[in-house]
Write a new protein. Structure first.
Ligand SMILES: Cc1cc2nc3c(=O)[nH]c(=O)nc-3n(C[C@H](O)[C@H](O)[C@H](O)COP(=O)(O)OP(=O)(O)OC[C@H]3O[C@@H](n4cnc5c(N)ncnc54)[C@H](O)[C@@H]3O)c2cc1C
Length: 227
């Protein structure tokens, strides 16, 4: 498990395939199979990626368990192609059933970023320390008062699926499983490791990248070299 932000993480739940799977799914065209990865196979991986022959990358899959603020989950959910939620298998904790304790992403006083000068999205460097302290303090108070209203609604017998309207949702942690082909995972990394992606999802992408590097070292190196 790789820790991300104050309470989040990425964990590789399952994977199917290896560098060799990519090689063999390409070599099947010639009725050939490698038992272990040779230098020639590594060359084939580079060739496939360089020439955009991506279908072999779709014979490998990864399933991650992710615990992240809802704002990150929402951005992640947009990766539709090659992700299993095209077949409705994005599984996420549900606050309709009060399935787990509420946790919220609370940036530390030194973690608040300013608005960028020349762009509508992204962020600039850290805000000054005094402002950072008061922002963290304000957020904590905001969460406390929201939680009080939420609990009051529950005590009054309101259905959990509606009482949750009182929760400050953007920063609330949710947990989900994401299953995707290696190609879809690489596409996610292409976009979300970039400097223009939101910092929080960049940190999650770095955790995913560590697993991809560990499980598919040759493919990932070839992919990176090609970027
Ligand atoms: C920095 C940044 C800012 C963003 N800001 C916003 C925003 O303000 N609002 C917003 O709604 N989204 C925003 N997004 C999300 C973005 O629009 C994409 O939905 C998201 O990045 C997923 O990428 P994708 O569409 O390539 O992925 P997928 O939908 O998984 O598609 C993967 C690839 O498949 C191909 N493909 C997909 N569908 C088709 C099709 N119908 N026909 C042919 N080829 C297809 C494309 O090559 C595509 O790149 C942002 C993304 C980033 C990285």
């Amino acid at each position: 498990m790789i820790q991300v932000l104050d309470r989040g993480y990425v964990r590789l739940e399952n994977k199917m395939g290896s560098d060799l799977t990519i090689v063999n799914s390409a070599r099947v065209s010639y009725d050939k199979k490698s038992e272990e990865l040779t230098e020639k196979d590594k060359g084939l991986i580079r060739f496939l990626i360089r020439e955009g022959h991506t279908s072999p990358l779709r014979h490998a899959m990864m399933t991650f368990e992710i615990y992240a603020p809802l704002m990150v989950a929402r951005q992640w959910w947009k990766y539709v192609v090659g992700s299993d939620h095209t077949m409705d298998s994005w599984n996420e904790s549900s606050r309709r059933y009060l399935s787990e304790d509420e946790h919220f992403y609370i940036p530390g006083s030194h973690e608040w970023r300013g608005k960028p000068a020349n762009s509508k999205q992204g962020s600039a460097g850290p805000v000054d320390t005094i402002l950072g302290i008061s922002l963290t303090d304000n957020l904590l108070r905001h969460i406390d008062s929201s939680m009080e209203l939420y609990r009051m609604a529950l005590e009054d017998g309101v259905a959990p699926e509606q009482a949750r309207l009182f929760l400050p949702a953007y920063g609330m942690y949710v947990r989900w499983y994401w299953t995707a082909s290696l190609q879809a995972v690489l596409h996610f990394l292409d976009q979300r490791l970039e400097h223009d992606a939101q910092k929080e999802i960049q940190l999650y992408a770095e955790a995913v990248e560590q697993y991809v590097t560990r499980e598919f070292p040759e493919v990932y190196q070839a992919w990176r070299d090609q970027r």
